[in-house]
Design a protein around this ligand. Sequence first.
Ligand SMILES: Cc1cc2nc3c(=O)[nH]c(=O)nc-3n(C[C@H](O)[C@H](O)[C@H](O)COP(=O)(O)O)c2cc1C
Length: 386
Amino acid sequence: MKLRRCAVLYLESREALAIDWKSVLSGGNALAASTHWVALAPHLDLELDVGAAQVAALGAIGQTVWSERADAERGFGEDLIAQLLELGLLIGDTPQYAAQRERDDTLRNTHWRPLSALAHTFGRWRGVTGETGMEAPSFQALLERYGEPPPPTLDLAPEAAVKLPGAASGRLDEQLLQRYTGRNFDLQASVPLDVAARLLQRTFGAQEVRKVGPHSSVLKKTSPSGGGLHPIEAYVLVQRVDGVAPGLYHYHPIAHELRPLRALDAEAAGALARYMLADQHWLASAPLQVVMVARMERSFWKYRNHQKAYRALALDAGHLSQTFYLLAAEAGLPAFITAAINDADIEQTLGLDHLRHAVVAMCGCGPAGKGERTMVELRYGETEAI
Ligand SMILES: Cc1cc2nc3c(=O)[nH]c(=O)nc-3n(C[C@H](O)[C@H](O)[C@H](O)COP(=O)(O)O)c2cc1C
């Protein structure tokens, strides 16, 4: 049998702090620190405690060339090699280890930059709720806790400043100046079908399909996209859109269709929204929501093992979100965007593999509730309106 190390592996020396009561009682240092190794392998999606002997073996066995298991056993012992194969940190070429190998192959074949795979895998959330910190403190509370924040902008070379004329008014002004983040959606109101259709088509839809090869094409959208690849897909959660049953859909950007993935009653759709949004109840009631999911396969087909590719996916989602906000503003609707989502749970709901798809952010919109556009609407509510 042959083996090799998994494709991407980082080892973290993690510190654990504890109160050293013995030392405290004798007037010494109150904190005792100990360290241990944690293996972070994106294909496993698990943090694994490992010992120094395992670290030595993992450091000595290469990730590209297959080598004989017997040789590794001679160097590090049969039990230790068996443990590492079982954990999936070493990959074996026999059917017994096929499951671990399949995950490792998926990572290899997707052309991830290793550090990006690490940041993506271990930055995801599962089951985060309000109790675990999403209910952000007010600006006032932050001031008390952290003191003054850095100034709102840099103030460079004021003595050489070139005075500019005031911004002339323009055709985009109405949407740009009306745009705001809503956190008080009308629980009864729905989004008219034509408004939802325009929002989806002009944000996520193809304005043009360009053939670039015998079997390949690229889409032209209203937002720019790194490499012109448009790897972001729109999964739509409908709560209240006229003429569309509540549920989860995939928006097809060329066919301009909502393709049903899961029917939900209105209550279940609301509960799912709240869960996906990590318990942000002030956003969960928005009647139309979109989960933006990046297809790494599409992006990394061009940007193989690329340092900037993962960042570009987040930028793509940001552009789409602003377009969505402006179209919502045009329809007189507040909108939202958030990256504080239970992305690992969303993957499960949508049947996605985190090595091939990144759930980047959620946005949504809907008619404002009563008393809208007050400062209550702002997350950092106690500030003066400007
Ligand atoms: C990347 C990003 C993440 C955000 N995350 C959240 C969020 O988790 N919850 C929320 O209520 N608002 C979120 N917002 C909205 C901002 O808080 C909002 O844009 C900001 O307060 C300014 O308000 P405005 O959009 O009305 O100008 C997010 C905005 C961006 C761009």
